[in-house]
Design a protein around this ligand. Structure first.
Ligand SMILES: Nc1nc2c(c(=O)[nH]1)N[C@H]1C(S)=C(S)[C@@H](COP(=O)(O)O)O[C@H]1N2
Ligand SMILES: [Mo]
Length: 391
């Protein structure tokens, strides 16, 4: 299939034994795969596209992980700017992940005849290489599948999504690096366009490109404003929901959050205090245009109005550089309690919002008060705030 440089792999140049007679059927027949596109140049071109998508997906995924769950040493250094940073990286994460799905399909189709190569392993090293490809393919397919279902907020499995998605990402990336190293000579040989192209390759690659374009353009509108009108397949439509904003977890999904009639914001610190809604409204009010950028890939900006968190902290006598713990009225749920690292707490754009786009917050958007901060994953923009504690 590929022309070997002189001297390389001489031992394998001997013809390989055919499979035993009883196996010489179905995919093990000689000439079972007739398409000329099961060849290395097609695999290399698709591999380049897929590799680029997976690299973006991996780096933006790591960004999301560290913004959501920073290790202690990092939490204090997380930047609260650029304002739209997380909106951009997480939008790209979901866009590149979705684009990787048709690319993975096309790549696997190109190389799958090799699954039936005989003998299954020629050497121990070859057996290990095939094992690593099996792990790579399994991890990648599961990673794309769990990610896609997460964008639909559908979790039909017993394991925790976030940790599984994180570790599968490392497994797939490790498997991919090993695969690239093993295939480096082959990739190098087929990197450049060959003199005599294989019939049908151009059409096949154009079709794959069109499929990638179609799934990307019909889902990216959930985060890219100028693609909104093409947003046919994405699970979220920005602009749909109370106050023209989507809701991720409604008040009733959060176990019917009940706001007590005598609700007071509790601020705990060196000089603790409590304020009711009327008193909060009397404090200096600020407005900031900030996005809600959900990890699931949708994002939308709104004009939030309310009190600066930094002002509340100053009033509570918090030392400079304090981080903050936010507790919601929600009875239970993974995002009932969140932490606001120091850089966010001090950022003048970080608000305890009481209003959105000039209207009082609706129950689903976090009435009576919610946290909204720049460059922050949506899951941490805590709704129905009950208490703010200086740490
Ligand atoms: N208390 C609480 N706050 C929460 C959540 C939650 O489940 N509980 N969901 C978060 C998630 S995942 C997102 S994306 C945003 C969505 O905000 P919205 O529903 O106002 O659009 O709220 C966040 N705030
Ligand atoms: Mo979210």
């Amino acid at each position: 299939m590929d022309s070997k440089p002189p001297g390389a792999l001489r031992r394998l140049d001997r013809p390989l034994p055919p499979p035993p007679a009883f196996l010489r059927r179905g995919p093990f027949r000689e000439g079972a795969f007739t398409s000329p596109l099961h060849e290395p140049r097609t695999a290399v071109v698709l591999g380049r596209w897929l590799g680029a998508a997976l690299l973006i997906c991996f780096l933006t995924g790591l960004t999301s992980h560290f913004l959501q769950e920073p290790p202690h040493w990092l939490a204090a250094r997380l930047p609260s700017r650029p304002v739209n940073g997380y909106r951009f990286t997480q939008g790209l994460h979901v866009i590149s992940g979705i684009a990787a799905i048709p690319l993975t399909g096309a790549k696997l189709w190109t190389v799958y005849p090799r699954l039936f190569a005989w003998p299954p392993a020629r050497t121990v090293l070859h057996a290990l290489e095939r094992l690593s490809i099996a792990i790579l393919v399994a991890a990648l397919l599961l990673e794309l599948f769990t990610g896609l279902l997460n964008t639909l907020q559908w979790y039909p499995w017993p394991f925790p999504f976030r940790q599984t998605h994180f570790w599968l990402g490392w497994l797939a990336t490790g498997g991919l690096l090993l695969h690239l190293a093993v295939k480096a000579p082959l990739i190098a040989r087929h990197w450049r366009r060959p003199q005599a192209p294989v019939a049908g390759r151009r059409g096949f690659l154009l079709t794959v490109g069109a499929a990638v374009g179609a799934v990307t353009l019909t889902t990216a509108g959930q985060t890219v404003p100028w693609l909104r009108s093409l947003d046919l397949l994405a699970p979220r439509r920005p602009g749909f929901g109370p106050s023209g904003l989507p809701v991720n977890r409604t008040a009733s999904q959060a176990g019917t959050v009940t706001v007590p009639a005598d609700w007071r914001l509790v601020v705990d610190g060196p000089r603790p205090f409590r304020l009711d809604l009327a008193e909060l409204r009397e404090l200096p009010q600020y407005e900031a245009v900030l996005p809600i950028a959900c990890v699931e890939g949708w994002s939308v900006s709104a004009r939030w109005g309310g009190v600066r968190v930094a002002d509340l902290l100053a009033r509570a006598g918090a030392p400079a550089g304090s981080a903050v713990r936010i507790t919601s009225l929600e009875a239970e749920g993974p995002y009932r309690v969140t932490e606001l690292p120091a850089s966010y707490a001090a950022d003048p754009l970080t608000l305890l919002a009481l209003r959105v786009d000039g209207e009082e917050l609706s129950p689903d958007h976090g009435f009576p008060a919610r946290i909204i901060a720049p460059n922050r994953p949506g899951v941490l923009q805590t709704k129905w705030v009950a208490r703010i504690e200086v740490l």
